[in-house]
Write a protein that binds this ligand. Structure first.
Ligand code: ZN
Length: 297
């Protein structure tokens, strides 16, 4: 009997020992979610009809997320990748000022973003923005047309892909449509055009690129050209796209620089010059809703 008990205890011990030995000891990494932008400043987080909100999310793991309105409606669903990813919201749900929830579908974490879904407020901000950046004496300064012909493969330092990415950004963020052309394609007479020039330097050795607007009158722009200097070649792929986006912005939007951490703001690193906020999108919609020289509506 004693011997039997001993064997039983030994067996239990061995099983228990084996059990703990094979139990999972590797920790499961935790997801973290943090909103990097937009800031909740009552300007960049104001949304409405016909605009996109770029939301930058910092995360530690690749994850499926969704964005949920206060009433439970799902506004967005998609995948995000670490360390930082940008999602584009087009549906903002119910009107008003509110917290929308960005929720991981693979771990129990979420974070909130305060947005203001208000068309009137968006329009007011857009009008003020367009007046400050795109007008002369309260009158619109803009491209003559909303279709722009652009050379896609010249100069050689510029890949077609970089131009294509830059152009799709502005097609999403403005009412401008671009037609990509080979340098030997014939551009219809009287069209708005943007062309590229490859230049070694400008006297200023740190100059990367420069856009020159071609004016027909004080208010009417025919298009322009973009000079690329030798430091442009040292940029990485993302930086090249952002620089081309910025220079195209000078031709279709304004010669001025902005201060909202967007594509036209030179106070942020080139890699982060990739935003165009809802009030700025609405501003360009207003700008191109009337002719050159007319007052902003
Ligand atoms: Zn600039």
């Amino acid at each position: 009997m004693k011997r039997f008990l001993f064997i039983l205890i030994l067996t239990v011990f061995l099983f228990w020992g084996c059990g703990t030995g094979t139990s999972p000891t590797t920790p499961v990494p935790n997801q973290t979610l943090r909103i990097v932008s937009p800031p909740e400043d009552g300007i960049r987080n104001v949304v409405g009809e016909g605009v996109i909100l770029q939301v930058t999310i910092e995360c530690s793991l690749q994850d499926e997320i969704n964005v949920v309105d206060t009433n439970g409606e799902i506004l967005y669903q998609g995948t995000i990748r670490p360390p930082e990813d940008v999602i584009e919201l087009k549906n903002f749900g119910t009107k008003g000022e509110k917290e929308i929830k960005i929720r991981s579908l693979e771990s129990p974490v979420s974070t909130d973003l305060r947005i203001i879904n208000d068309d009137k407020k968006l329009l007011d901000l857009a009008k003020k923005f367009a007046l400050e950046y795109c007008c002369l004496n309260g009158k619109v300064v803009r491209l003559r047309q909303t279709t722009v012909y652009i050379e896609k493969s010249k100069p050689p330092v510029l890949s077609e892909d970089v131009v294509g990415k830059a152009v799709s950004f502005w097609e999403k963020m403005s009412p401008i449509k671009f037609i990509l052309m080979n340098s030997d394609d014939e551009i219809p007479l009287g069209s708005c055009t943007i062309s590229f020039l490859n230049q070694t330097d400008e006297g200023n050795p740190s100059a990367i690129a420069r856009a020159v607007r071609l004016y027909a009158t004080d208010y009417e722009v025919n298009g322009g050209f973009i000079r690329l200097y030798s430091p442009f070649e040292t940029l990485n792929y993302i930086e090249k796209i952002n620089v081309i986006m910025h220079e195209i912005g000078h031709i279709i939007f304004s010669e001025k620089h902005t201060e909202y951490g967007d594509v036209m703001d030179i106070s942020v690193p080139i890699e982060e010059q990739n935003k165009w906020w809802p009030f700025q999108q609405k501003g360009l919609q207003l700008l191109y809703s009337v002719g050159p020289g007319e007052p902003i509506p």
